[in-house]
Design a protein around this ligand. Structure first.
Ligand code: AP5
Ligand code: MG
Length: 200
């Protein structure tokens, strides 16, 4: 199995690039944000609980998202690999993910972060808010809150993977195709590296 994490602040392009990566490399896309929005659309109890947090720009409790990821991994047991987008967002989630993957005799190959300055992020999200229907995009105060939560709770996840020597950052400003090219080069190098290790 080949598992990747696409990391970065709200609006950095994780969702946009994930769609292209999963298509090119045949991975399953696991976006906790998308999964939570589907629960809200389906009006499930989990969705109703999550909406309260998401509308305020706060994180949904760890146990809720870890449970969702666990059942998705089970559902796609035969997958070639997973691309995690918007997860893990806390160190507790990263530790839980490592445990789940170890049980499945696999691990994270690489974490790639998209580096984008905050003013560009705010502009992208406000623009998307005009059409996306996402309640957390229309209000600049909620967008700023999401950045504050990212700095406090999610940035430490980068150090967690730096310690494992799995973390890389690339420029997240440029055209979608330029960024996808840079991501593809990194991913192809990692796949080649894994193949050479397993051939030994
Ligand atoms: P989530 O859905 O993960 O949202 P997010 O992290 O805030 O990030 P976005 O989806 O807004 O941005 P993105 O990086 O995917 O960028 P995108 O490609 O869309 O989370 C939402 C909420 O759910 C959280 O606040 C939390 O409450 C909850 N949640 C989710 N996961 C959780 C977890 N693990 N734990 C706890 N709670 C969780 O691009 C953004 C815009 O920019 C788009 O309009 C796009 O077209 C545009 N764009 C993309 N690339 C470029 C480019 N190169 N140049 C110009 N524009 C671009
Ligand atoms: Mg997204």
């Amino acid at each position: 199995m080949f598992n990747l994490i696409l990391f970065g602040p709200p609006g950095s392009g994780k969702g946009t690039q994930s769609e292209k990566i999963v298509e090119k490399f045949g991975l399953i896309h696991l976006s906790t944000g998308n999964l939570l929005r589907q629960e809200i659309a389906d009006e499930t109890p989990l969705g109703l609980e999550a909406k309260n947090f998401m509308d305020k720009g706060q994180l949904v409790p760890d146990e809720v998202v870890i449970g969702m990821i666990d059942s998705c991994l089970e559902k796609h047991a035969g997958a070639k690999g997973f691309l995690f987008d918007g997860f893990p967002r806390t160190v507790a989630q990263a530790e839980a993910l490592d445990k789940l993957l170890t049980l499945k005799k696999t691990s994270i190959a690489k974490v790639i972060a998209l580096d984008v300055i905050e003013e560009e992020l705010v502009q992208r999200l406000l623009k998307r808010g005009e059409t996306s229907g996402r309640s957390d995009d229309t209000n600049e105060a909620v967008i700023r809150k999401r950045f504050a939560v990212y700095k406090d709770e999610t940035e430490p996840v980068a150090d967690y993977y730096r310690e494992q020597e799995k973390f890389e950052m690339i420029q997240g400003i440029g055209t979608i195709d330029e960024i996808f090219k840079a991501l593809s080069t990194l991913i192809e190098a990692e796949i080649a590296h894994q193949q050479s290790v397993s051939a030994q």
